[in-house]
Design a protein around this ligand. Structure first.
Ligand SMILES: Cc1cc2nc3c(=O)[nH]c(=O)nc-3n(C[C@H](O)[C@H](O)[C@H](O)COP(=O)(O)OP(=O)(O)OC[C@H]3O[C@@H](n4cnc5c(N)ncnc54)[C@H](O)[C@@H]3O)c2cc1C
Length: 381
């Protein structure tokens, strides 16, 4: 149990309902509190930090935490000004379970109003008010922030037979997986993470990727692998046990007589008795609210400069699905910079002053309103 438990639906019209109590939902809630919005509630289908708690046991943050707040640089894994996971946890690369606990402690510390174990099943706007249907009844708000994340909406598609694979998001612990020969489809962070843990357990692993992030020269961590992953790829067990296949598209997965066979675009086949792992990303929860947003060409919701829907005013998006042109906000240290943009937009429409708030957030790099300085060419800004 985290935060200040809210007791369910009523006739009350909240200023803001936040859907999802992950890093984005808890982070933007603290930001709403800072700007002076009081009548808000977070609704989560499970518990605070549930997605992090569900990570495979061995998986750790790739971004390092460091107690750098004292020199004015916010800890990379922090979701709020003045907070440092490194200082709180004394861990540089927390596990998902550790980070979930961190989020729960923040929810308690800030006394965030939270309704846990409450699935949001639909959202509609009726006049000026959003009607949010939950398992505990109807809730109403002037504004809604969608921050239900991606992890609980894994994607198992992209080629024929994808359903024969197991998504890495469903693995509890790599050490518990049986078998010796693993085929992993997808070679970005999750695929390399899986390969590393399996290789450390002396499993033979092949990783297939249609591009090959380990070969990318990009400095954008949304495209290239993290330093943490490159370091782990130099581990002797990884070098001994993992074969990397770049520029290799998988077109077919078959499961016949207890053997899995994957076929590549150029006709090569690879067999294993072990179910292939799919580390190919997530559909994302935004599909669930697609009727409230225009959809960009890449399938992500279209938002205006305040991360608000371009077709339904008052409907906001926070978290890794936020996209502006080519800018991808998939990491915490990226999307946290947009919490204050959303909070400021809502506070202004509620008539609250925001000048001091903006100044404080800007000074911490937590108010990113100029997107011209983002992306991989950002080496000098
Ligand atoms: C394996 C892995 C490693 C990663 N490592 C890093 C890293 O090192 N650094 C980094 O910055 N980022 C990392 N990321 C990305 C980061 O974890 C995600 O961006 C982050 O979890 C997203 O947070 P979120 O709050 O948007 O979503 P989530 O953490 O998924 O939270 C969403 C919440 O919404 C709730 N919810 C979902 N649907 C509903 C509904 N219909 N009704 C009510 N509630 C609902 C869920 O229960 C959940 O609690 C990693 C991601 C993965 C998968």
């Amino acid at each position: 149990m985290s935060g200040k438990q809210s007791d369910g639906a009523s006739d009350e019209i909240y200023d803001v309902i936040i859907v999802g109590a992950g890093a984005a939902g808890v982070g933007v809630a603290i930001t709403l509190q800072h700007v002076g919005i009081e009548k808000f509630v977070i609704v989560d289908r499970a518990t605070v930090g549930a997605s992090f708690a569900a990570w495979p046991a061995e998986t750790r943050f790739i971004t390092p935490s460091f107690p750098s707040n004292s020199i004015g640089m916010l800890d990379l894994n922090s979701i709020a000004i003045g907070v440092s996971p490194a200082y709180n946890m004394r861990v540089e690369h927390p596990t998902g379970a550790e980070y979930a606990e961190h989020l729960q402690s923040l929810a308690n510390y800030f006394e965030l109003p939270i309704m846990e174990n409450t699935n949001v099943s639909s959202i509609e706007k009726d006049g000026d008010i959003f009607k949010v249907e939950t398992e505990n009844g109807l809730m109403q708000a002037k504004y809604v922030i969608w921050s239900a994340g991606e992890y609980q909406y894994p994607s198992l598609s992209g080629f024929t037979g994808a359903e024969h694979c197991r998504h890495t998001a469903t693995v509890d612990k790599y050490a518990d997986l049986e078998g010796d020969d693993f085929l992993i489809i997808g070679g970005y962070e999750s695929g390399i993470d899986a390969a590393y843990h399996l290789a450390r357990n002396n499993k033979q692993v092949r990783v297939f990727d249609m591009e090959g992030p380990w070969e990318s020269n990009s400095s954008d961590p949304s495209v290239a692998l993290s330093t943490y992953s490159f370091e782990r790829m130099r581990h002797e067990k990884f070098e001994q046990n993992v074969k990397l296949h770049a520029n290799t598209i998988i077109t077919l997965v078959n499961h016949v007589n207890g053997t899995y066979q994957i076929t590549t675009g150029d006709g090569q086949t690879f067999d294993s008795k072990v179910q292939p792992l799919f580390a190919g990303g997530f559909d994302g929860s935004h599909k669930f609210v697609s009727h409230l947003f225009n959809t960009r060409d890449d399938g992500f919701p279209e938002v205006n400069t305040n991360d608000e829907s371009t077709i339904v005013p008052g409907m906001y998006l926070c978290g890794p699905s936020v996209r502006h042109d080519g800018h991808i906000f998939c990491f915490i240290f990226k999307y946290r910079q947009r919490f204050a943009i959303v909070a400021q937009a809502i506070a202004s429409s509620l008539g609250l002053p925001t000048d001091d708030f903006i100044e404080a957030y800007k000074s911490w790099g937590m108010y990113l309103d100029d997107l011209s300085c983002c992306g991989q060419e950002c080496l000098t800004c």
